[in-house]
Design a binder for this molecule. Structure first.
Ligand SMILES: [Cu+2]
Length: 127
């Protein structure tokens, strides 16, 4: 009789431990991190602040291609250049897709643009 209760308690302990371990595992698997969405001809936000070592997940929400590179649109003039410490960025989106840029391992301000759409700029601040 007592043996059965003891076995039951041990099994309950194992079950609790297993469920707790799975809970921790699931949390660590949830994708986290900075995200910037893109519309038809723009970044939906023009700037983002991230921590050193992070990458940015760029998400193309529409069926429009984008080509994202280091640089900035200065009015109608496309200026392609990578700041010191900037990760090299050259990513093609075909529409309704996403891609990660980075990691940004140096503190500072970094400019990204889309070569297809005039004025489509994103400023990345790494703190
Ligand atoms: Cu674009």
């Amino acid at each position: 009789m007592y043996k059965k209760i003891l076995v039951g308690l041990v099994l309950l302990g194992i079950l609790t431990t297993t469920i707790a371990a799975c809970g921790i595992y699931d949390v660590s698997n949830v994708p986290t991190g900075p995200t910037v969405h893109m519309g038809g001809a723009n970044f939906l936000q023009t700037s983002i602040t991230i921590s050193k070592g992070q990458s940015i997940n760029l998400i193309d929400d529409v069926a429009v291609p984008h080509t994202v590179k280091n640089g900035t649109w200065n009015g109608g003039t496309m200026e392609l250049k990578a700041e010191a410490g900037a990760p090299s960025v050259n990513v093609n989106f075909s529409g309704n897709d996403s891609s990660s840029v980075g990691p940004f391992n140096t503190s500072g301000t970094f400019k990204l643009l889309c070569t297809i759409h005039q004025g489509m700029n994103l400023t990345v601040t790494v703190s």
